[in-house]
Design a protein around this ligand. Structure first.
Ligand SMILES: [Zn+2]
Length: 269
């Protein structure tokens, strides 16, 4: 009964809830994780929809970066290339939260690591790239909108640095963009299918550092719950899924995840 579990959650102290989640982690090896910007803020990468989020503070900026505007307006593209060049993600390091998920994986418990993040900090922390499902793509690659050629982003940014304000595709001359999902662009169908499978085929679904306001990523929680998995929400702010979650934890992710994982799989060094 989901309704009963809400009261149960409300009556638990934070420490009890944490121990409960650790025990669920201990007893299953079919965990699917969904991560959002909140796991990367401790690495110095700002989020978009939190209280200090980029879009929260500047909603007009969000409206600018639609795929339609990007294709139509060279000035938007020039701004976008500068924004990519100046991204704090280029110097960001994975944090203890990312590393805890690597530990969970090495304990044989991770079914999949679905992420809304485009920073590849999971892979840099040591997560198996085959387990990482990037539903919003990656900023570390560029793609041609015409011929589909993919190029490592640093190579394209080097051309920006050298004076090409809007570097065209070297193969066909088409417009290039980071290999990320922009506003107005649909998700890659195969990637979304893999994420949906991971959500429906797990015993425990952890939503970590995501406001769960963006679909279809947030809808993965519905798939998980619908398939009978436990849902745990770990986020600084309330989410629309807190009421259906089996547990909600609010401690800072970089502190909480290592504690949870070490309680579940034992201290390792
Ligand atoms: Zn091309």
């Amino acid at each position: 009964m989901r309704g009963a579990s809400v009261e149960f959650v409300d009556s638990m102290t934070a420490a009890q809830a944490e121990e409960q989640v650790a025990s669920w982690l201990r007893t299953t090896d079919r965990v699917t994780v969904l991560t959002g910007a909140g796991i990367s803020t401790e690495s110095g990468i700002p989020d978009f929809r939190g209280p200090q989020g980029v879009w929260t503070k500047d909603p007009a900026a969000a409206a600018l970066f639609t795929i339609q505007n990007y294709v139509a307006d060279p000035e938007i593209r020039i701004r976008a290339w500068r924004t990519r060049r100046d991204s704090p993600a280029w110097t960001a390091e994975p944090n203890a939260g990312h590393r805890a998920l690597v530990e969970l994986e090495r304990a044989g418990k991770l079914r999949a690591l679905v992420t809304q993040n485009i920073d590849e900090l999971h892979q840099l922390a040591g997560s198996d790239p085959d387990l990482v499902i990037e539903v919003h793509g990656t900023m570390r690659w560029a793609g041609c909108l015409d011929c589909g050629l993919r190029t490592p982003m640093p190579e394209v940014l080097a051309r920006v640095e050298a004076g090409e304000a809007d570097p065209p595709c070297l193969r066909c001359g088409g417009i290039q963009k980071s290999a990320t999902i922009s506003f107005g662009q649909s998700l890659d169908a195969a990637v979304l299918a893999a994420a949906t499978r991971a959500a429906t085929d797990c015993a425990l679904f952890l939503a970590i550092g995501t406001s769960l306001q963006v679909y279809p990523a947030a809808g993965l929680c519905d798939y998980a719950v619908g398939a009978g998995a436990r849902l745990v929400v770990i986020n600084a702010e309330p989410t629309p899924y807190d009421e259906v979650a089996d547990a909600v934890l609010r401690a800072p992710i970089g502190e909480l995840l290592p504690r949870l994982v070490s309680a579940a799989v034992g201290a390792r060094d």
